[in-house]
Ligand binder design. Sequence first.
Ligand code: CO8
Length: 262
Amino acid sequence: MPESNASSTILTEAHGRVGLIRLNRPAQLNALNDELMDALGSAMLSHDANADIGVILITGSDKAFAAGADIPVMADWSYIDVYQSGFISRNWETIRQVRKPVIAAVSGFAMGGGCELALACDIILAAESARFALPEVKLAMLPGAGGTQRLPRAVGKAKAMDMCLSARMLNADEADRYGLVSRVVPDAELQTMALKLATQIAGYSLPALMAIKESVNRAHESSLSEGILFERRALHARFASEDAHEGMHAFMGKRPPVFKHR
Ligand code: CO8
């Protein structure tokens, strides 16, 4: 049975080796304020440090994954307010410290910062009702939580420019075709499929998952030859892992592997 633990803005549950985090400001369509982003960051770091958790799953409500940064909160901030306090950097980027796989299960609106939060996750599972947009231009703002950087890497410059400059909203099929999401599933199956996928991944050797995540992320942050070298060293390091030997011997013995996450 999952254990439930509520804070005001997020709900967390452990499902086996999956740490589920549900964004929970339904009246504001999960708009992302400091309280929520602080709670989300703490929950992610806590799951990352917990040896019993292998994968983190972030989800919202049926109507909204998250409708973006909390607009009324930001409306009267000055430049010096946001510069001195490190707005965005101070708590939105915690996700970059997380070394375990993070899956976003998106139903309904993923707008602005909500879309950017999903983009910062490693896998995006979208319900058919999912809608993705970076509408900051309508506020005379810009996608400032990684959107102008991660979106072009995900979908290419032409489509990213279109979304950022026109605020165009994508449905789940378009997001799938563009490569913005990993998979699309029926609405009624999103939570089950997301948990099933997270449970499957969490059953693999955790150090292997961490090395794969680190290597894939390198693809965006280095030249091909540097990335290949990083990957090769990560592969060589797998031979120092008990689980890798167990995985190969289990295959040869035609039995399921027993991973110790070492
Ligand atoms: N912030 C605060 N409250 C919100 C937000 C938000 N982003 N989005 C929705 N809400 C609130 C509404 O105000 C409303 O509250 P109330 O009932 O008290 O009036 C409630 O949620 C329900 O919303 P709607 O009635 O508007 O619901 P609809 O189904 O009619 O529309 C939409 C849903 C299309 C999602 C619509 O709410 C909308 O357009 N929301 C704003 C989306 C948006 O612009 N997001 C981007 C925000 S900016 C951002 O995320 C940038 C982050 C990174 C850097 C920061 C730089 C700006």
